[in-house]
Design a protein around this ligand. Structure first.
Ligand code: BTN
Length: 259
């Protein structure tokens, strides 16, 4: 059942964008919205179905990490994307499109814009504001879908110390209360719009992502025990890193900024 603040914001969005299909299913608590969404995909849920929760008891991050999902501190949801939208696009490009959309949705809701860090972290300086997890299901079959999970910090919270040191939240950055319903509605609208852009014109997503990620160029990074300087992303969404032995192409994984 949708809480009142979310229902009001989604109603306002529907009035403004009657042609936009979104079916938001909200839970008090689930282990992970990714798993609930995967179950709905298996049952045939269509593009634009969204699973959200007030609390996740087993929230997942990238690379097998835990995504801390305490009550009343963040937005936790998964968007089901179906072909034809992502069918012609690789998972890395869907991931980039999602990053662009989350950033734009935050801007539309709050008039303030964070940056992106490859592949899909939403950042304020060196602190992470939101993370995105894109999982392909039944890839290569007619039932193919991508579940795009978004976890966004709304309030400073009692995170474990190692998370708190690297995290920030919308309210901490803006110094004021934030209407989470408005943020959710704008991010969902932007996700639907940017997935449509991806199907039509992947070049526009690459261009928007590049403009949103200053750290993707000219930043010293470390990865897998190696060091180099970022040199942009290529048209498949891979990060290019200049090293003494040549330019490396990172398709997946994670880089750390060198101090
Ligand atoms: C990352 O590691 O940066 C990705 C974090 C993704 C977290 C979100 S919260 C909603 C959805 N459900 C999950 O279990 N994970 C994603």
């Amino acid at each position: 059942m949708l809480p009142d603040d979310l229902a009001a914001a989604l109603r306002a969005l529907r009035d403004r964008r009657p042609g936009l299909f979104l079916d938001v299913r909200w839970h008090a608590a689930v282990p992970s919205t990714m798993d609930v969404a995967a179950g709905l995909v298996a049952a045939g849920a269509q593009h634009g179905v969204v699973v959200g929760a007030e609390v996740q008891t087993a929230g997942r991050g990238r690379r097998g990490r835990v995504w801390e999902s305490p009550p009343a501190a963040g937005l936790y949801f998964s968007f089901i994307a179906r072909p034809p939208l992502p069918a012609n696009a690789s998972l890395p490009l869907v991931t980039l499109a999602a990053g662009v959309a989350v950033r734009e949705g935050i801007h539309a809701a709050l008039g303030w814009t964070p940056e992106l860090k490859w592949p899909n972290d939403v950042m304020v300086g060196r602190r992470k504001l939101a993370g995105i997890l894109a999982e392909g299901l039944a890839v290569g079959t007619p039932a193919q879908a991508v579940v795009i999970g978004v976890g966004m910090n709304l309030l400073p919270s009692a995170y474990p110390a190692e998370v708190a040191a690297r995290a920030t939240s919308l309210e901490a950055e803006l110094g004021r209360a934030v209407d989470r319903g408005q943020v959710l509605a704008e991010v969902l609208a932007a996700l639907a719009d940017r997935l449509a852009t991806l199907a039509r014109s992947p070049g526009d997503i690459l261009q928007a992502w590049r403009a949103a990620s200053p750290s993707a160029t000219g930043t010293r990074v470390e990865w897998d025990g190696r060091v180099g300087t970022t040199a942009g992303i290529d048209d498949s969404g891979a990060l290019l890193i200049r090293t003494p032995s040549g330019v490396e192409r990172l398709i997946a994984g994670e880089v750390h900024w060198s101090l």
